[in-house]
Ligand binder design. Structure first.
Ligand SMILES: *Cc1c(COP(=O)(O)O)cnc(C)c1O
Length: 374
């Protein structure tokens, strides 16, 4: 067997779309395919303005600029996340303030947020781990009470929802990823959902190198010029053409992933009863998108042995994250609130199983290997 951890799924229509972009002769950003992807995101999430970016990292950086984050500002976030969640704010001189996660969903523990707030706090950044929603009702209520922004790192959460509301469209800003390891892909890619309507115009400007070029093309101004901070955050049309093909099949992709997720979940129920592992927990009010199937083993040595045994059988499993508060840059730029015991514990015990469209054909054998490796 040779089962990779991830295998990018292609719908088969990507090249046709790319050929059309080629024929159209518009290769820079913001052509017909970019518009199609933006409209799809707006329709699916209900956000007013969805802007394609070249990554989720870029979308988070845009959110930090839009939020006027500056030196010494504090941003509350989990430590159990990808580096971009923190980097986007550190680039503006801000301090990531790390709080612990919930033992069930592995999302930020909303009951610990208020104790982390200081006069310098400007925003809360919930990360919807594995496409399972954070406790957004509580988080939004805390933010409103203290005058803070909510910037959702919804990198893993396309097509997922919390109490019926699409993730990424709940806070003032939401950042999605279309990296090839995510559910809907374009190699590298992302989007910023600008849910605060008053920020939409400035978001366009920041994305277009700080110019009012988008307004110029709509005929709203008669020349374009440098008006604000900005950078180049937009993808070219070839990327958008690829992404549009994926969006056309997003329901099918999500359903197939959910089926694979469900097969793992059912097959590992006995192992959980035998206390060999713990399976993911998805609250009833969260609709997830099967971004990830992970298991929690009992300790680090069991995990190392499990990964090695499966590797010998040709099945590639991975772990993550090195908690940001214990990383060299996290120690330099951030601070943590308390010891983050759940984060430290989970980081040693979590393993992600292969989950990609097409895995169905091998899943029976993969599960047999997993069960015998436990
Ligand atoms: C993948 C990921 C990112 C980064 O996404 P890119 O599109 O690669 O920049 C950020 N945050 C989280 C939680 C992620 O999983």
């Amino acid at each position: 067997m040779n089962i990779p951890f991830n295998k990018p799924y292609m719908t088969g229509k990507e090249l046709w779309n790319i050929a059309q972009a080629h024929t159209n002769g518009h290769l820079a950003g913001d052509g017909a395919f970019t518009r199609r992807c933006s409209r799809w995101l707006e329709a699916r999430t209900g956000t007013r303005t969805a802007l394609l970016t070249h990554s989720c990292t870029a979308a988070l950086e845009m959110a930090a600029i839009l939020a006027n984050i500056g030196p010494g500002d504090e941003i509350i976030m989990p430590s159990y996340t990808f580096v971009s969640t923190a980097n986007a704010f550190v680039l503006r001189g801000a301090v990531p303030v790390f709080v612990d996660i919930r033992p069930d969903t592995l999302n930020i523990d909303e009951t610990l947020i208020e104790a982390a707030i200081t006069p310098r706090t400007r925003a809360i950044v919930p990360v919807h781990y594995a496409g399972v929603g954070c406790e957004m009702d509580t988080i939004v209520a805390i933010a409103e009470k203290h005058g803070l922004l909510v910037i959702e790192d919804a990198a893993q959460a396309v097509m997922a929802s919390y109490r019926g509301r699409p993730l990424g469209a709940i806070g003032q800003f939401g950042a999605l990823s279309f990296h090839e390891t995510k559910n809907i892909i374009s190699g590298e890619g992302g989007a910023l959902l600008v849910n605060a309507p008053e920020c939409a115009e400035r978001a366009e400007i920041i994305r277009e190198k700080g110019t009012n070029r988008s307004m110029f093309f709509r005929g709203q101004v008669d020349k374009y010029t440098w008006v604000d901070l900005g950078s180049s955050y937009l993808p070219g049309e070839i990327i958008a053409a690829f992404l549009a093909a994926q969006m056309d099949e997003a329901d099918d992709i999500t359903n197939r992933r959910l089926a694979i997720w469900g097969t793992y979940h059912q097959a590992l129920a006995d192992a959980e009863r035998a206390e060999k592992l713990r399976r993911p927990i998805v609250p009833a009010h969260c609709h997830h998108n099967a971004h990830m199937y992970y298991i929690l083993l009992n300790d680090l040595s069991q995990r190392s042995a499990f990964i090695a045994t499966l590797r010998d059988a040709g099945i590639h499993t991975v772990f993550h994250y090195i908690p940001l508060h214990s990383s060299p840059a996290g120690k330099k730029f951030g601070r943590s609130v308390g010891d983050l015991p759940v984060t430290a514990d989970i980081a040693d015990r979590l393993v992600r199983l292969p989950l990609w469209v097409g895995l169905e054909d091998h899943q029976h054998e993969i599960i047999q290997r997993i069960v015998s490796a436990l």
